[in-house]
Write a protein that binds this ligand. Structure first.
Ligand code: AMP
Length: 291
């Protein structure tokens, strides 16, 4: 694996590769790698001649300085893991390489970034869009791989690509979970053993909500049931639970077709912020009448 810390040599290496007809897949990460990241990498390896992983804890997407400083950083372990899984290129720059001066550009996504993560983490998606745009310009990938776990992020990056004509195909990869359902996340490393046990509450709540919707329960009652379920766990705090249109992410007042629906949740366990979501996809059609 070739490791680059600087943009210029990475760009010239990739230019040579492109000129010799090689296709390039990009897997952007913030490190503290787990099997979820590796699933993205494997998807890229299947479709591209060269896979570039990036590890960069992007300061502009953190709206909370404590969250940024506590974000887990394990670069040596990550590098070994990427070697093992035969990643071709790792780009792991220092902050000053990516942001030589303070970033001033703000990107607004209209309605998409005003709900859920965007509402509770103001400026987050502007920072995500900025780093992803930079990585697209630096690496010029043919394809880029993102996880369904960050569903809203994917919707926003798709809008970014569409509106700014980035010549890249986006791929969205299903969420990898632990045996007990907890979505793999770098932040899980910060859970103490008791919080780790409690952390499954969010996925259990999502599944419970899906079951209730399939039983034709109306949306306010489902939301109430989820809030109640989480309130019963004193170590967990719910930030939001939304039943949304999976394309435009608008909160739904009624569910017409289950296939259009995504359930999204965010909250804290033991001071660690976790998010998760569940597509209603594959669920039998709902009557809609009573929802
Ligand atoms: P992060 O390092 O958390 O910024 O994540 C980098 C990429 O990995 C993002 O596209 C995430 O959506 C994706 N990702 C994170 N967790 C998972 C998971 N459990 N399964 C699949 N992809 C994931």
């Amino acid at each position: 694996m070739k490791i680059f810390k600087h943009i210029a040599p990475l760009k010239s290496h990739l230019k040579e590769q492109r000129l010799s007809g090689k296709s390039i897949g990009l897997v952007p990460t913030m490190g503290a790698l787990h099997e979820g990241h590796i699933a993205l990498l494997r998807a890229s390896q299947q479709e591209n001649d060269i896979t570039v992983s990036t590890i960069f804890v992007n300061p502009t997407q953190f709206n909370n300085a404590g969250d940024l400083s506590r974000y887990p950083r394990t670069p040596d372990k990550d590098t070994r893991l990427l070697e093992e899984v035969r990643c071709d290129i790792l780009f792991i720059p220092e902050t000053g390489e990516v942001y030589p001066a303070e970033a001033t550009i703000k990107i607004d996504f209209g309605t998409l970034d005003k709900v859920m993560e965007g509402h509770f983490r103001p400026g987050h998606f502007s920072g995500v869009a900025l780093i992803v745009s930079k990585l697209f310009h630096i690496i010029e990938p043919h394809r880029a791989y993102f996880g369904q776990k960050d569903w809203q992020q994917f919707a926003i990056i798709q809008q970014l690509v569409d509106e700014l004509n980035f010549p890249v195909e986006l791929r969205s990869i299903p969420t990898l979970r632990e045996g007990d359902g907890l979505a793999l996340s770098s932040r899980n490393q910060r859970l103490d053993p008791e919080s780790r046990r409690t952390a499954t509450i969010f996925y259990r709540a999502l599944r419970h909500a899906r079951d209730l919707l399939l039983q034709d329960m109306d949306i306010p009652a489902v939301k109430e049931a989820v809030a109640q379920m989480i309130a019963e766990q004193p170590a967990a705090q719910l930030e939001y639970f939304e039943i949304a249109d999976k394309k435009n992410l608008k909160a739904l007042k009624s569910v017409e077709a289950a296939n259009d629906v995504i359930l999204c949740i965010a909250g804290y366990v033991g001071g660690v912020r976790l998010i998760d979501n569940l597509l209603m996809e594959g669920a039998p059609a709902l009557s809609g009448a009573r929802l």
